[in-house]
Design a protein around this ligand. Structure first.
Ligand SMILES: [Zn+2]
Length: 204
């Protein structure tokens, strides 16, 4: 589920649709958290072998470390990539605003954290555009992302968190542990797909 203060906008022919903030969303706010309505499937699912469905799955899903594909039932699936995104995935299973997001600003995340299966060329326009988003970006960029996430988490308990009810008690305890001892931080590198969890090579 995406933060309630967002809407779907058509951003133009080249960008297509994207998600835009309706209100100010401060750094440290959970912007996306998986909820129980999300569609989840592994690569053994029969729809992986149906060309039409496979295109939808490839376009809208992200892949968890377990190998599970997740498609959001709400606007979250329309969030676009930026190499200088204003939200990032975290090792705690939710995405967080890593800087203040202004009303009318597009919400973006970094697809390099989502275990994409194929390299994507990128022309996001940010000053530090990497040019490509790669399936193994997490292996090389985790340190940089961790710094931004840790910085955002400093505000976690200070900002309004409309999605906090979706965070499990276990995860809240993990966060509490980090707030008490910085070395207990859970790195974004924990999001990296464990390749042994792919049971099938689903080609069509
Ligand atoms: Zn880029």
């Amino acid at each position: 589920m995406i933060h309630p203060d967002t809407r779907l906008d058509f951003l133009g022919d080249s960008m297509g649709h994207g998600v835009v903030a309706k209100q100010f969303i401060p750094a440290g706010t959970i912007v996306y958290a998986k909820d129980k309505l999300e569609i989840e499937m592994d690569s053994a699912h029969p729809l992986f072998y149906d060309r039409g469905y496979r295109e939808i799955i490839d376009k809208y899903s992200y892949i968890e470390p377990s190998g599970m594909y997740v498609i959001s039932w709400d606007l979250a699936k329309y969030v676009n990539h930026s190499c200088s995104s204003n939200t990032l995935s975290t090792g705690y299973g939710f995405e967080i605003a890593v800087r203040d997001i202004l009303p009318g600003e597009e919400i973006t995340d970094d697809y390099g954290m989502l275990n994409i299966e194929h390299e994507l060329s990128c022309s996001c326009g940010s000053d530090n555009c990497r040019g490509y988003v790669k399936p193994n970006d997490l292996e090389f960029l985790s340190e940089e992302w961790d710094e931004r996430v840790k910085n955002a988490l400093k505000n976690f308990n200070e900002v309004h968190q409309p999605l906090k009810h979706l965070v499990t008690i276990e995860t809240l305890l993990e966060l509490e542990s980090f707030f008490l001892r910085k070395e207990n931080y859970k790195s974004v590198s924990s999001l990296l797909l464990k390749r042994t969890n792919i049971f099938h090579t689903a080609e069509y």
